[in-house]
Design a protein. Structure first.
Lengths: 294, 417, 320
């Protein structure tokens, strides 16, 4: 096993991990603050990819098509998230966990069919921007230049979220809400508004991740199913509601995947499930989480 | 209470059995022919199946314009979604047979669905023509006389690839190769057949690594970098549908195809059309039923014209094969002079039929159509708005299918278990 | 009150006996599916309704049962009866190992750990080509000749499912069943009383898995083939749907759910491909406007029926 192979795998694992982080960070945020595990997160991610296709399709004569389509798609998905929060999620804040879970699971089914009705069954292909369609060489190892962009966006989202949570007043409120809703609400801060905001933010990031996924391969129905379980695993390993945890576990999962295909072809996913189960058994609140609100 | 209910049960059972054994149906003139299609309307495979459905509809329209089968049995089409899941496929098939009273079930995208509905069709004596899925297992073992296959099966396709690759390897002095195949039945059986056949034909070639991305993989980067680092002389891939699209697109972005030859992967007409702009020219691809290979057959020329007129696009392999399935059925019915499926299946045994791919016949031992596999070089063509295959090599069915001896041996081994 | 309940049960059983005589073959198959899925859902509710934990990997045991029966019948030529028993034993054994870890967690962690284990089992079955046939599944699972017809298999399933449901009913009404309710309502208090709650929960988990295994065992010969999809997380969602629609608080809730879900599916898929959309909307409506499911409705308006416990109490309470 030579060094350049290890380096190439590490790099591709990192890009995979960043893609997972973009999906899982919103999931983790929503669960951490609202205590709602959103099954439909990956489906909204898929909506983001489809929306990206639509905007790209409308703009495709321009060079900047993809660059504009990605933020537009993310914003539209954020809007969809807002509608979902107002119409559905808001009604089940006080409900039991199974009912909340089931509602978001129902959303997976509903959105899946709505996507099919809206965009049809055929694959959608988004052409990559010309500047990101050639490989780049780092120390002689090729990497898809698009994934450099993905890695950059991953870190940018991480930093932006970190700044928001640590340095802004709203961020402080949100973080306080993770530990005690009662206390925050006792301070006279309206919890519902915070909840709506967090949900929309989380879904916006999911939409952004989906839009970025769009040009990677093709956009197809059912893509969300392969992703949702992996995103859950990432959130569990990192710890619900922990931003650094999600980042670290995303990279771990990405790297485990990248290296396991060398040693155990076909066993990559099994390893991730085993890792998740071990974390749950040994440290249910995750590597970086706090056991406060189990 | 207990004896009473047991008695009751026995009585009920008796009544039921008499009721069931009563009904045998005889076809009347003018009676519609109910035709079922169990396809993947959603999920993986929807991409291919949409074309299949459209072609079936076209064939049905054409035949109905002439009064239907035998000129007197107008076809009524029933389409059910298998969700690409074997359980759903069985449910859909039973539903088609029992509620819609279909006499033939056309299908299916996934091979797992095909092998699951095969015994159900046999049980109800309904014809089964899987016109997209092509795992060899459909006709090799657990043989059903009601199942006819109009797709070159995974063995035939592998054989075709191997013939092509062995010739190329000799010419270019290739020594080592790697494989990448989707981790499910079709990917596995194709990969295994290819490797085994390649060993026979070109024993010097060395397999250095196998890669098995899961079905539904969206990000292939780790596979691409790993393969490139191994530096094989060439790579053989068995990845289908949307996974194939994602894989090709990402591999291209790594400059993969410029560095490592990738001969004989499945690039059907769907991919040629869909990736018209991005597909690397010069790739050696494999497909199952490209329309452009047979434009000299009047039936194909007419089909392409009609399909284009109705849907404003060119038919993919999947459309061609579903269309052939309907017309094969038609010829079986004409030969049997009956729409009774038991008689049609006997009429089709060993029958030669006209297809868009020319005159072909069903082999006696496994009801496999003697259809060809096609290899070629992806290249632009002034006639079409997408690349097609140039230097097309047509590997005929009888040159590529599994020898009968091996089939008999496989079935004997199955019995022993 | 007891009398009334028995009258009801008798009437339903009589209806189940007689109904197939007037139905076509298709609907008899649907009825069989209702029975098998009903058994699956009731076994799920032993964990959900009576222990207060949401298992999102219950299909794993259903799948283990299906594969045990399927493999024993196809590869080893064992008859159906012993194969079904083996299914229960096998599913129970797997649940004993995995449950040992699961019952240590509660709430969302329990749900996700059961799901992760479920996916792991799915993965093993999917990958183990030489033994399970991989994703192609296992074909040629034929019931014995006398049970091959749709009607005869229905009566066989009716017999087995009725017996199994009766056993679960007895368990739920036994001191053991009440201990489970006590654990659900307040685990700390139950522990303080001096009961080994973990042991009770593990036994309950194993018993529930055994009956899920039995349901899976019944499925293979009915469907003639099985595939790894039977253990996937989507399949784990089905008993959850059924239970929520039917109502988790009553013993018969999951059965009602199975009737509604399966009939609806057979009916809806007859004319539209949008079954997921349909069931998604129904689940949303039930969650939003019909908490407690159909059984909850019956309880609220059917004053004649005895009042039973409310919905499970805060299953996310307590620390892992």
């Amino acid at each position: 096993m030579d060094l350049s192979l290890l380096f190439a795998q590490a790099l591709s694992g990192l890009s995979r991990g960043m893609m997972l982080f973009l999906i899982a960070s919103g999931l983790s945020l929503i669960f951490g603050v609202m205590n709602i595990l959103n099954f439909a997160h990956a489906t909204l991610w898929l909506v983001g990819a489809y929306a990206c296709y639509t905007f790209w399709f409308l703009l495709q004569t321009h060079d900047f098509a993809v660059w504009l389509a990605i933020p537009l798609a993310a914003l539209s998905v954020g809007l969809v998230g807002w509608v979902i929060e107002v119409v559905l999620i808001r009604r089940v804040y006080d409900r039991e966990l199974p009912e909340q879970l089931l509602l978001t699971y129902a959303l997976v089914l509903i959105l899946g069919d709505l996507i099919k009705i809206t965009w049809g069954v055929d694959d959608k292909l988004i052409a990559r921007p010309a500047m990101l369609s050639e490989p780049v060489y780092i120390a002689g190892v090729p990497i898809d230049s698009y994934f450099i962009f993905v890695i950059a966006v991953g870190f940018a989202v991480y930093l932006a979220l970190w700044w928001f949570l640590q340095k802004t007043r709203y961020g402080h409120i949100v973080r306080a809400a993770v530990f005690s809703r009662e206390m925050v609400s006792a301070l006279g801060i309206p919890i519902p508004i915070i909840y709506t905001g967090v949900f929309v933010l989380g879904i916006f990031i999911a939409g952004l991740a989906g839009a970025i996924q769009g040009p990677v391969g093709s956009v197809t129905l059912g893509m969300d199913m392969a992703v949702v379980i992996q995103a859950f695993c990432v959130v569990i390993i990192g710890g619900f509601g922990s931003l650094p945890g999600t980042m670290v576990s995303s990279i771990i999962v990405g790297e485990v995947y990248a290296f396991s295909i060398l040693f155990w072809p076909g066993g990559a996913l099994a390893l991730i499930f085993i890792l998740t189960a071990i974390v749950l058994i040994v440290r249910p609140w995750g590597l970086f989480g706090t056991p406060l609100r189990a | 209470m207990r004896t009473k209910s047991l008695l009751c049960l026995a009585a009920v059972l008796a009544v039921c059995l008499t009721l069931v054994s009563g009904g045998m149906t005889q076809a009347r003139a003018g009676e519609p022919y109910n035709l079922g299609a169990a396809l993947a309307i959603t999920g993986t495979g929807a991409l291919y199946c949409q074309d299949g459905v459209d072609a079936i509809k076209l064939a049905v329209e054409e035949i109905n314009a002439k009064g239907g089968f035998l000129g007197q049995h107008p076809i009524k089409l029933y389409i059910r979604d298998t969700h690409t899941k074997p359980d759903s496929a069985v449910r859909a098939t039973r539903d088609l047979i029992l509620r819609d009273k279909v006499r033939t079930v056309l299908g299916t995208y996934s091979s797992a669905c095909a092998v699951a509905i095969k015994p159900v069709c046999l049980e109800y004596k309904v014809l089964h023509i899987p016109a997209i899925s092509n795992s060899e297992g459909i006709t090799l073992t657990n043989f059903s006389p009601y199942t006819y296959q109009v797709v070159p099966n995974s063995y035939m396709q592998a054989k075709a690839v191997v013939l092509g690759v062995a010739a190329l390897a000799k010419k270019k002095g290739w020594k080592t190769f790697a494989t990448i195949a989707s981790d499910y039945e079709w990917g596995r059986s194709t990969q295994q057949n290819t490797v085994a056949l390649l060993k026979q034909l070109a024993p010097d070639l060395k397999l250095i690594k196998e890669f098995w991305p899961p079905l539904g993989e969206t990000q292939f980067t780790s596979y691409i970098t790993a393969i490139m680092a191994q530096k094989p002389d060439f790579v053989i891939g068995s990845i289908a549908s949307k996974d194939n699209v994602a894989w090709m697109k990402q591999a291209k972005a790594y400059g993969f195809f410029k560095k490592i030859p990738y001969p004989g992967s499945l690039i059907s007409v769907t991919e040629l059309i869909l990736q018209a702009k991005t597909l690397d020219r010069g790739l050696v691809g494999l497909c199952r039923a490209p329309f452009f290979a047979h434009m000299d057959v009047p039936m194909m020329a007419n089909f392409v014209k009609a399909f284009k007129k109705k849907y404003n696009r060119y038919p993919s392999d999947w459309a061609v094969m579903e269309y052939d399935a309907v017309y094969g059925l038609k010829q079986g019915i004409e030969k049997a002079k009956s729409i009774d499926s038991a008689k049609v299946k006997d009429a089709l045994k060993g029958a030669t039929i006209d297809t868009t791919r020319g005159k072909l016949y069903f082999r006696d031992i496994d009801n496999q159509l003697s259809c060809s596999s096609y290899l070629g070089v992806v290249a632009d063509d002034p006639q079409y708005p997408f690349p097609i295959y140039h230097d097309l090599v047509e590997v005929k069915g009888p040159d590529s299918w599994r020898p009968e001896k091996e089939i008999i041996a496989a079935r004997a081994a199955e019995k022993k278990k | 009150m007891g009398k009334k309940k028995w009258t009801w049960a008798g009437a339903v059983f009589a209806a189940l006996l007689l109904l197939p005589t007037v139905l076509g073959e298709f609907w008899v198959l649907v009825l069989t599916e209702i029975l098998i899925m009903g058994l699956f859902a009731v076994s799920f509710n032993m964990i959900f309704g009576y222990m207060g934990q949401l298992s999102f990997g219950h299909a794993a045991y259903y799948g283990v049962g299906a594969y045990t029966t399927g493999l024993l019948m196809v590869k080893f030529g064992l008859p159906l009866g012993p194969s079904l028993l083996a299914s229960m034993v096998m599913a129970g054994a797997v649940a004993l190992v995995l449950g040992y870890f699961c019952i240590r967690l509660t709430g969302i962690y329990f749900a996700i750990l059961t799901m992760a284990f479920g996916q792991l089992i799915f993965y093993i079955i999917f990958q183990w080509y030489s033994f399970t046939g991989g994703d192609n599944g296992l074909q040629g699972i034929k019931p014995p000749p006398m049970l091959e017809g749709a009607w005869s298999y229905y009566y066989f399933a009716l017999l087995v499912v009725t017996a199994a449901v009766a056993v679960m009913w007895v368990i739920s009404e036994s001191p053991f069943g009440y201990t489970m309710r006590a654990i659900r309502d307040n685990i700390q208090r139950t522990r303080f009383v001096g009961l080994n709650t973990k042991k009770y929960m593990l036994i309950n988990f194993v018993v529930a898995a055994m009956f899920a295994g039995l349901a899976g065992g019944l499925w293979g010969p009915f469907n003639r083939s099985i595939s790894p999809d039977l253990c996937n997380w989507h399949q784990s969602g089905v008993p959850v749907f059924m239970t929520i629609i039917g109502g988790p608080a009553g013993f018969v809730g999951p059965l009602i759910g199975s009737v509604i879900y399966t009939f609806l599916m057979a009916f809806v898929t007859g004319f539209t491909e949008y079954w997921p959309l349909t069931i998604g909307i129904i689940i949303t409506m039930v969650v939003l406007f019909l908490p407690g499911g159909v059984w909850g409705l019956v309880e609220r308006y059917g004053a004649a029926l005895p009042a039973r416990e409310g919905p499970p109490d805060d299953p996310e309470g307590g620390t892992p």
